[in-house]
Design a protein around this ligand. Structure first.
Ligand code: ATP
Ligand code: MN
Length: 452
């Protein structure tokens, strides 16, 4: 039975036979034996294997083995006399499974830049940093489900191909077969695209099951080449019936704190690596976010703060204009030095489904902005009043006939309800300290780039 390095290092069954497979990270030969460090991806740490020349294939195979080769090893776990590790394996059988030509294998021992590694999305998970990101991402994904399931939320699988373009949140990728003979012919009877958000469909289920969430891939065909935008990303979208903006803000605060704490608790070794090599002080920063209250500030006050800032911005600041990432980061990094929740944005810059406030100029929106990233959550209380919603849709130029189902939710048993979208990659960026979003998704898709 194969054992994984993570389990071996946790349980340390000294004196017992272990059997494992992995990829060679380094090898050192000394006289009559070799030290081979292997990694199997189960954890950050390598395990040292000692292969003695008495092994039958020592000269023919083991001495030739180089970085990147895959091997299978059987041997006894022993306490290691060397510094830097507690245990090592004394191999009784050491098989080289797949060689990696040292002349061409691109991942040599030195540290490579993330830009270089992006060209190698098929090999980069074998590096320490990208391996750690992958494990932490997986853990966070599990924690998202745990968070909601523990609180009685039902997961809804909302469609990926859709005929409703939710808000014009971003430009949609079109879905066609390529075989349509005329422009009017559509596979689904009308134009369809890849979803930009599962929200509208989640609302349907919130008004039946109460508390629901979706967690799936989302697509935006916008041409933004930034360190925080992808063309395909994952979004966590809770939707709650009988819930106002206050309850929505509470859930957003709670889930961020919960997910950060989960990674700190369950991925200590990988988190140490990020703290040491990716963002100095990361652990302290995350612990502060978990401990401290988030600052609440209305959009109007945020604009005043920005206008009086002793800092020059590239983009203009004026009531009625959207906040840019530089503004968001200034507020959360420089002014408050913690996550902030900006509420009550002008109705004119927010989508039709957000609930109109009594002042009729602003809507019950809330964005959560975090240091280093800017917007991580965008949400709102939804407009539950039929007449107000209908008027907003007409104003936005929406074809009401396509949204009778959405309006029906307000016609039959409408309730105040709220929800938000949490960008999963931006969360993984926050947790790992990775500066570029392309490093926190396995196969990034951005304008001009989707290598594998
Ligand atoms: P931004 O202003 O940063 O472009 P947005 O306001 O267009 O974001 P929303 O439509 O509110 O984003 O989406 C909800 C959340 O999804 C955002 O708060 C963010 O965390 C994430 N998100 C949005 N667009 C992208 C993208 N292109 N790549 C990765 N994450 C994204
Ligand atoms: Mn937003």
């Amino acid at each position: 039975m194969k054992t994984r390095i993570k389990n071996i290092l946790q349980e340390k069954p000294v004196g017992q036979l272990v059997s494992l497979g992995g990829w060679v990270r380094t090898k050192r030969d000394t006289g009559s034996f070799s030290f081979v460090e292997i990694n199997d991806g189960s954890c950050l740490a390598n395990l040292q294997i000692i292969a003695d020349e008495k092994l039958g294939n020592y000269v023919s195979d083991i001495k030739q083995v180089s970085t990147g080769s895959s091997v299978m090893v059987e041997g006894t776990l022993q306490v290691s006399p060397a510094k830097g590790q507690d245990v090592e394996v004394h191999a009784s059988c050491f098989r080289v499974i797949g060689k990696a030509d040292p002349e061409t294998y691109p991942l040599q021992k030195k540290r490579h830049s993330f830009e270089f590694l992006r060209e190698l999305s098929h090999l980069r998970p074998r590096t320490n940093a990208l391996g750690a990101v992958s494990r932490v991402r997986s853990r966070l994904s599990y924690a998202v489900h745990q968070f909601f399931q523990d609180r009685g939320f039902a997961q809804i699988h909302t469609p990926i191909m859709t005929t409703s373009d939710c808000e014009g949140a971003g430009e949609m990728f079109q879905v066609t077969t390529g075989q349509e003979k005329t422009k009017a012919e559509h596979f689904f009877g009308r134009p369809a695209g890849l979803t930009v958000s599962g929200q509208l469909q989640a609302e349907v289920y919130a008004l039946a099951l109460g508390d629901v969430y979706t967690f799936g891939p989302t697509f935006r065909a916008e041409n933004s080449n930034t360190s925080r935008h992808l063309s395909e990303f994952w979004m966590v979208e809770p939707e709650m019936a009988f819930c106002d903006l206050q309850g929505n803000m509470e859930l957003g605060t709670e889930i961020i704190k919960y997910l950060l704490q989960d990674a700190l608790t369950h991925c200590p070794e990988d988190m140490q690596l990020f703290d040491k090599f990716i963002e100095k002080g990361l652990l302290q920063k995350l612990e502060n976010i978990v401990q401290k209250d988030f600052v609440h500030i209305a959009y109007t006050e945020a604009v005043e703060r920005l206008q009086n800032a002793p800092k020059k911005f590239d983009y203009p600041v004026k009531w009625g204009l959207d906040l840019q990432s530089e503004h968001e980061r200034y507020l959360s990094e420089d002014v408050f030095q913690c996550p902030i929740i900006v509420t009550d944005y002008p109705a004119s810059i927010k989508p039709f489904y957000m609930r109109v406030n009594d002042d009729r100029k602003t809507v019950a929106a809330m964005d959560i902005l975090v240091p280093g990233i800017g917007e991580i959550i965008g949400g709102s209380q939804r407009e539950e009043r039929y007449d107000v919603l209908e008027a907003r849709m007409i104003e936005a130029g929406i074809n009401l006939a396509d949204y009778t189902w959405y309006l029906d939710l307000r016609r039959y048993g409408s309730v105040p309800h709220s929800g938000f979208g949490l960008g999963f990659e931006r969360l993984v960026q926050l947790v790992t300290g990775m500066a570029n979003i392309r490093e926190v998704i396995a196969f990034p898709r951005t304008p001009g780039s989707a290598p594998c």
